[in-house]
Unconditional design. Structure first.
Length: 101
């Protein structure tokens, strides 16, 4: 599963492609991915977890990227593990499992 905001990030990558050929390749990849992998919505449960993580990071003096916190909140609510090569945005978030690729 992926968070809805992750789908948005993929769409941004498609729209920012520098050529129509690259844009088409990215669009095909995204369509194949979204046909296979469920997208979890940003609902009230995720909104609550998002708020809790945002407060945690502010109190800790360790702000994170807005999208990272949305992804983390989605994973926390659905009891999933965040798999990423960039762990900095997810380290030390309560209730969030993390796996480095």
């Amino acid at each position: 599963m992926i968070a809805a905001v992750t789908a948005a990030e993929l769409f941004v990558g498609e729209l920012l492609a520098t050529s129509s050929q690259r844009r088409a390749k990215r669009r095909d990849f995204i369509e194949d991915l979204l046909a296979t992998v469920p997208v979890e919505p940003y609902d009230l449960a995720v909104a609550r977890a998002h708020a809790e993580l945002l407060v945690h990071t502010r109190k800790a003096g360790a702000p994170r990227g807005a999208h990272d916190l949305l992804i983390a909140a989605t994973a926390r609510v659905h009891k999933r593990t965040v798999v990423t090569a960039d762990t900095a945005g997810f380290d030390d978030l309560p209730g969030v499992s993390l796996r480095h690729t």
